[in-house]
Design a protein around this ligand. Structure first.
Ligand code: SF4
Length: 281
């Protein structure tokens, strides 16, 4: 792998994208925008230099839970029946085994304890949330020509319900008091870019607390203000990404080894020390 410093000095960033003519920042997903807002260098490691982010405990857990809930949504779409709880837990467990085999865990993490926590969380989701959903489609990709304010966007929506509501599922560590800002940006992009979306949005949070994991469902309707914000953020993010001048955000709340898989690379390129855990506020 070339040293990042050498790439930064290069006159033009290499094009690592396969799509003909597509440059970093040309087509934005909501997660690209929120990653950019949190740490430009984290975005650039992935999207300019094509460096796959090593998994962390948080990303491994999130992917494994998502695989189980996606399986449940698919089953409900195809058969009209809710996937048996045991099958959903098995899907989680299989995915967790795969994800955790390559993730960088911190000394605080016990893979089997996390497996148990994930199983309890998936069980609660299947008993309490899955039966209440009214999916019209699952894993819905935005149309290829989707654009907001002149910026092309891409994304994949967990569930679109029959009333046109877009619904996403998230795992998190602490109980959210409302829809988190980054999730609101994500579902607003979906509701603006998906033909037929009603403007109603929902996020189902699976909170991976020790003991009894919690579920929090937050539903809302996006406002004109949400739409204005998203248009502005997309334009500014795209301009910044195309500018080619990226900074590491060592003060960001996501800048720790629980949440950023690029910590080793970032330390070797920029120096300093990336902490294992979020700093106390
Ligand atoms: S370690 Fe921190 S500064 Fe470096 S890429 Fe990750 S979040 Fe950004």
């Amino acid at each position: 792998m070339p040293a990042i410093a050498a790439i930064l000095d290069a006159p033009e960033a290499p094009d690592v994208f396969g799509d003909e003519g597509e440059r970093p920042g040309d087509i934005l997903s909501p997660s690209q925008v929120t990653t950019w807002m949190s740490c430009q260098m984290k975005w650039a490691f992935a999207k300019v230099w094509g460096l796959r982010e090593p998994g962390t405990a948080a990303s491994a857990f999130g992917h494994a839970v998502h695989e189980a809930t996606a399986e449940a949504h698919r089953c409900q779409m195809e058969t009209g029946a809710v996937l048996p709880v045991e099958a959903a837990i098995a899907a989680f467990s299989t995915a967790w085994t795969r994800e955790v085999s390559t993730a960088k865990l911190t000394p605080r993490h016990d893979p089997e304890e996390l497996r148990g926590r994930g199983a309890k969380l998936v069980e609660r989701y299947m008993r309490e949330i899955a039966p209440t959903l009214d999916p019209a489609a699952a894993e819905v990709a935005l149309p290829a020509d989707a654009a907001i304010g002149g910026v092309r966007v891409r994304g994949r929506i967990d569930v679109v319900e029959h009333d046109g509501r877009v619904r996403d599922t998230k795992t998190c560590c602490t109980k959210p008091q409302g829809m988190r800002a980054k999730d609101r940006i994500q579902v607003t992009v979906y509701a603006m870019a998906l033909p037929g979306a009603s403007g109603h949005v929902a996020v189902d949070y699976l909170v991976k607390t020790k003991g009894r994991p919690q579920l929090v469902q937050i539903e809302d309707r996006i406002s004109h203000g949400d739409e204005l914000l998203v248009q502005e953020l997309l334009k500014k993010a795209q301009a910044g990404m195309r500018g080619g001048n990226y900074s590491p955000s060592r003060l960001a709340s996501c800048c720790n080894r629980l949440m950023c898989g690029y910590a080793d690379l970032c330390e070797s390129e920029f120096g300093g020390r990336v902490p294992f855990y979020p700093e106390a506020s």
